[in-house]
Design a binder for this molecule. Structure first.
Ligand SMILES: C[S@@+](CC[C@H](N)C(=O)[O-])C[C@H]1O[C@@H](n2cnc3c(N)ncnc32)[C@H](O)[C@@H]1O
Length: 184
């Protein structure tokens, strides 16, 4: 079966431009923050957001030990406020929605902040930049987030964006992702 965590990176990788600005909108344990830091290079910068101090602390430790460059800023705040912190156009952004693996499952991303956060993230994209959003419909809030995002994303102008979805159609509870690419 398709491994979502690996496949999503294959789709986003060509957009992570050395020297660019990338954003991890859901830092969690820092896997995506670390990957972006490695790919964006010493002249690029990664901003990462999480509302849980525990996630920020865990990621800070991990980055200190494993990140090849000091090219990241970890922010303990909600991703819908990203534009207050990131002032340069974004070449690559990633949302892994849901709850912190191994953490408190009741602290999950929620529709009321996820929708404005994704809308903000889209507005921050550089020409040819891309946003990847992984949705986890196996829990109720994740299923509803997916439905809401599908509605919004399908209204994006094809003149400005190419919006795709990769989903295992015979296993509707499996995670899936959207890739939103900004045209030139
Ligand atoms: C599935 S985890 C992310 C996994 C992470 N990308 C990794 O590599 O480990 C989702 C994370 O989103 C965080 N989160 C929930 N609501 C948020 C919000 N409004 N803004 C930023 N992060 C949020 C949760 O605290 C959780 O750590």
């Amino acid at each position: 079966m398709l491994n979502l965590r690996e496949t999503e990176k294959e789709f986003l990788e060509s957009h992570v431009i050395e020297g660019g600005t990338a954003v991890d909108f859901t830092m969690g344990n820092g896997n995506d923050t670390l990957w972006l830091s490695q790919k964006i290079g010493s002249t690029g910068h990664v901003y990462a957001f999480d509302i849980q101090p525990q996630a920020v602390a865990r990621t800070a430790e991990r980055m200190k030990a494993e990140a090849p460059f000091d090219n990241y800023t970890l922010i303990c705040d909600s991703h819908h406020k990203a534009a207050e912190y990131v002032k340069t156009p974004v070449c690559a952004g990633i949302f892994n929605l849901g709850f912190l693996p191994g953490g408190d499952k009741s602290v999950t991303t929620l529709r009321e902040t996820t929708l404005p956060a994704v809308e903000t993230a889209i507005s921050m994209l550089a020409p040819k930049g891309a946003l990847l959003i992984a949705v986890y419909p196996g829990h109720e809030e994740g299923r509803l987030e997916g439905e809401l995002l599908q509605k919004m994303i399908s209204t994006l102008s094809p003149k400005q964006f190419s919006a795709s979805c990769l989903r295992i159609v015979n296993a509707p509870d499996c995670p899936f992702f959207y890739l939103i690419e900004k045209n030139k």
